[in-house]
Write a protein that binds this ligand. Sequence first.
Ligand code: SAH
Length: 393
Amino acid sequence: MERVRIILKSGKDQSVRRYHPWIFSGAIKKIYGNPAEGDIVNVFDNKETFLGTGHYQPGSIAVRILSFEEVDPDIDFFRNRIEEALKYRKSIGLVDNPSTNVFRIVHAEGDNLPGLIADYYDGVIVMQMHSVGMYRLRKDIAAIFPELMGMKVKAVFDKSEATIPYMSGVKGVNEFLFGDSGPVIVSENGYKFKVDWNTGQKTGFFIDQRENRRLLGSFSAGRNVLNLFGYTGGFSVYAMKDALLVHTVDSSAQAIELADENIKLNYGDDQRHKSFRVDAFDFLNDIKGIYDLIVVDPPAFAKHNSALANALQGYKRLNIKAIEQVKPGGIIFTFSCSQVVTRENFRKSVFAAAANTGRKVRILYQLSQPADHPVNIYHPESEYLKGLVLYVE
Ligand code: SAH
């Protein structure tokens, strides 16, 4: 069958020529053919010069480019890309690491595989498809992992029920496509965490904070630590190494249960840890003088550009409270995981928060996502996690 041809408006080829993998619907001049969602299409400039091949998806991002060369994105194409992603992770010491058996194996555009996320949990791979094109390939892609990794893969689970684009006619499902497994206990920098992809958020665990959690661990000695938006208690487990006390706050009962379970896995009935199922904004109202290390890691406040202004206000409000409440000489780890909030914008809202309190604030570290969540240099949007470590006099 003849592949559908998409012609861009004059000038709209510029970003594609610089290898940006998204074609927005507004950039399209004409579509020759009638593509179904998930179809492979070819994209051309105004003069009908070939630009790239990708997956078509009705919506704001109309095409996710898979290749800027004229290739057939068959299963060998995807196997090569996944092999490349795996090779890269081996080269940075993430595969076969005795103290860390949890890592992201495919990071969508960051690994030149737009629409595909895959996380590795000690033998169980959990995939999430963010486009119908990838979803259609899910069985073939699931088969590639055991093929490439052999015995290191016991099961592949597809958790795409909630990630297929909203308007799409396709209904994603959650199911094993290879093997089978119950929840697993993984090891991250030697700490144990229970991962349950069925009940957990996203693929089950926020792997992206691994390096930042480790840094937090190095600050926790002798401090009273507050972990806001704690989810699985990731930061709490690292802080418990040598903090005086650690309090985990989350509004979800399930999250609190999981955080308690993870503390128990690592420290038994250690009374230094307590958890609170409350709203983090409320909790911050009345804690002056208790904590000298506060973690602020909220969910994405903005999923779309339209919500940007509100999100920035949200970060400001939250950080005003944290900066006001932390003890003199205290430390704050503050984060934003909203893709639409740039590093610059996030820093500005934390700056505005600090100015509002009038306290002296220094930036000790500027944090990001770890190397298994690589940023495609042509796709700045793949850099989504931003963090600041603040010292408050
Ligand atoms: N810090 C975590 C990830 C946080 S995810 C980690 O390292 O893994 C965001 C968490 O914030 C979720 O668990 C969610 O239940 C919680 N949450 C969302 N809104 C909240 C609110 N207003 N108050 C407290 N917790 C909230």
